[in-house]
Design a binder for this molecule. Sequence first.
Ligand code: AQP
Length: 329
Amino acid sequence: MKEVVFSGIQPSGSLTIGNYLGALKNFKPLQEEYQCIYCLVDLHALTVEQDPKFLRKNTLQLLALYLAAGLDPYKSIVFIQSHVPEHSELQWLLNTITPLGQLQRMTQYKSKSKLQEENIQAGLLNYPVLMASDILLYQTKYVPVGEDQRQHIELTRDLAMRFNSRYSDTFVMPEIMTPKVGAKVMSLQDPTSKMSKSDSDPNSYILILDDEKTILRKVKRAVTDSLNNFSYNEDQIGLRNLIDIYCAFEEINHSEIVSRYESLGYGKFKEDLAEIIIEGLKPIKNRYEEYIADRSELENIYRMGADKARKIAYKTLRKAYKKVGLIPR
Ligand code: AQP
């Protein structure tokens, strides 16, 4: 029996290179060694207001990107979260053992609730419990995600531990799996905050599907500093972020980049970086165009994925229901 890897991405917009380097890029190589389950977490996207038309479009776009990034729907299970109702059902059980205070301390809740300060929705607070349910339903061992999800994985572990110790062993204890570089790509306009697909400033992020000119323009506009000192350090966080992006695309060490560009300067570095991003994304973009054009194939894939996912999810849910004293259906 292979160990299980589970991860998901929200169709809350078009994917950034942050989503790519922190998560998507790392999905494909795991398929050989593990039973991989990759979800399109559409219910999570509802924690902020979505235009229904765009949500549908973004969900199919995300599926096409998963496939373009090399996910094989016959090796991995690829499905849409809302097609497997067990996710919401297990969430309810987990809600009953989740302390409110722990949810209120979540960094992502604190930052996103600022954007809806007048009218904070309960779904935003509860989102990490749904994420715990996503992970625990599949007896997941590893969760490949970006660094911003660490706190949510910790909560998932706490809930698994609480449930297991109250009702006996039910869930596998999951572990976070983050990439060595690219685990936290920062905004190009404000390198103190992370790059996000829902940022209101499009210059703060690069999308996987951005065209070449746009990528070059965004990289050139990226905030650096006026020190004119090409080095990798804590005081030059804008430059450091760009070097990290370079390292993640090229899979080389930052000291190699510093020695390559210390005499060439910021301008040449930015030009080359844009080129590296463009080249790195090109194969995915090309394959994406093929997948997105075949709507019926996308439908076959997500239906097949949901059928497989439901079989596993139902088994776990049934076990959890029995343990807490619910009469099996
Ligand atoms: N800036 C980032 N650097 C590295 N990894 C990142 N991830 C997100 N941003 C970065 C990783 O991408 C995966 C999918 O994330 P998500 O869509 O489920 O939610 P998110 O973390 O909230 O991503 P965004 O882009 O910030 O979306 P919005 O703006 O909708 O909230 C996760 O593995 C995440 O760690």
